[in-house]
Design a protein around this ligand. Structure first.
Ligand code: B12
Length: 335
């Protein structure tokens, strides 16, 4: 079902309600669109996903605070759950386990995928945000799903996604990955050993039929980039602390807590994501991961009138701290 069935005036009324933190108003528009279209997918893709894009862009441009973003996301989550109740889904038949990667708090993408797959006739179970490898494997062994659908929104989640893919494939179960951590062509997904990649639920549905019922373990990653990734991963906490100290000293900023909506708070909060993103680039051997992180920083720091030296200070500190890693040096220089 395409999003075209949702009319522009419905999109705007829904957005006005989300923007005004009017849960009942948003739910009423969603219910009206569902009554007209009988399509859970149209409501989710056309209203919920569409409005989350606007939420992300308002925050990135510094027009919304983190609290505004949370309030709007909470409304979209409740609306998605309510709309999902229209399609209870089958109680028997092959099962899809849907889960976020460990330390992924972006729960809504996995919820949308679950509800759309259910509306398409699949029996689904959602494990939700931040699911550990052990929890996921336990559930696979209990339930014997047809496949696991793993969601990752953060490039910094790519290393943990690789570990989760290894764990799932270790049980012989196929694993389909998706979310904003991946490139549309599926290169990163292929490199970390996923059985398939899909850009959305419709594509996932198409991929599922072609998947084998039993898959072999993921082949190990043995090249120089993967070796550096393993080494760096063991000390990312240290790297983050040191890069933060040097960056803040270069910019003459006090080392204490910075409010999350100020540029210095965004920089401090984002640093673990930058370092884990470097590991993600190594694991996937994809320099565009680092380039994307860098352009995102340019955008959000620029929108918050940051010290113009901020990005170079951070990049310089990172390059210096990681100078003994030739593959990292190559990636950082090409970003
Ligand atoms: C809301 C939000 C948050 C909320 C999440 C709360 C919640 N309960 O979900 C909070 C405030 C916690 C948050 C935190 C962070 N966030 Co955030 N967040 C967003 C935002 C605005 C919306 C996410 C969302 O709900 N999207 C709606 C869903 C439904 O859309 P979707 O991702 O497009 O999903 C579709 C497809 O990707 C696909 N899909 C998704 N998963 C799967 C899985 C499978 C198997 C398949 C087949 C398909 C599939 O199908 C979905 C439906 O069509 C996005 C920006 C955006 N526009 O999406 C940033 C975004 C995801 N966040 C981002 C970042 C960087 C962060 C932080 C690191 C920021 C920080 N400084 O701390 C933290 C990290 C927290 C963590 N460890 O998880 C970046 C990630 C960039 C990247 N790729 O690395 C984004 C993209 C913003 C940006 N433009 O840079 N965030």
């Amino acid at each position: 079902m395409s999003t075209e069935v949702v009319h522009p005036d419905e999109v705007e009324s829904y957005w006005a309600a989300v923007r005004g933190t009017d849960l009942e108003g948003a739910a009423a528009v969603a219910e009206a669109v569902y009554r007209r279209t009988s399509s859970v997918e149209a409501v989710l893709q056309g209203l919920v996903v569409e409005s989350q894009q606007r939420v992300g862009s308002l925050w990135a441009h510094g027009e919304w605070t983190v609290a505004d973003e949370h309030a709007a996301t909470a409304i979209n989550e409740v609306v998605a759950h309510r709309i999902g109740l229209h399609v209870p889904g089958p109680q028997t038949g092959p099962l899809l386990l849907v889960s976020c990667v460990e330390r992924e708090w972006h729960a809504l993408p996995a919820l949308v995928v679950t509800l759309v797959m259910r509306a398409r006739g699949w029996r689904t179970e959602l494990l939700g945000a931040n699911t550990s490898r052990d929890e996921l494997v336990d559930r696979i062994l209990d339930q014997g799903p047809r496949a696991v659908l793993l969601s990752a929104s953060l490039a910094s989640s790519l290393p943990r996604t690789r570990r989760q893919v290894e764990a799932v494939r270790g049980t012989g179960t196929p694993v389909v990955v998706g979310g904003r951590a991946f490139d549309a062509a599926g290169r990163r997904a292929e490199r970390i050993g996923a059985s398939a990649h899909a850009t959305g639920p419709a594509e996932a549905a198409a991929r599922l039929d072609a998947l084998p019922h039993h898959v072999p373990p993921a082949p190990p990653l043995r090249d120089a980039a993967a070796r550096e990734a393993a080494d760096l991963q063991a000390r990312t906490g240290d790297v983050v602390r040191r890069v933060m100290l040097v960056t803040f000293a270069t910019l003459d900023l006090p080392p204490e807590e910075h409010a999350p909506d100020l540029w210095s708070g965004v920089l401090a909060g984002f640093l673990p994501h930058v370092v884990d993103g470097v590991v993600g680039a190594l694991v996937t051997d994809d320099p565009t991961v680092v380039a994307e992180t860098r352009s995102w920083l340019v955008e959000v720091l620029g929108a918050r009138l940051a010290d113009p030296r901020a990005l170079d200070a951070l990049w310089g500190a990172l390059e210096h701290e990681l100078r003994d890693y030739p593959e990292v040096t190559r990636l950082l220089a090409s970003a």
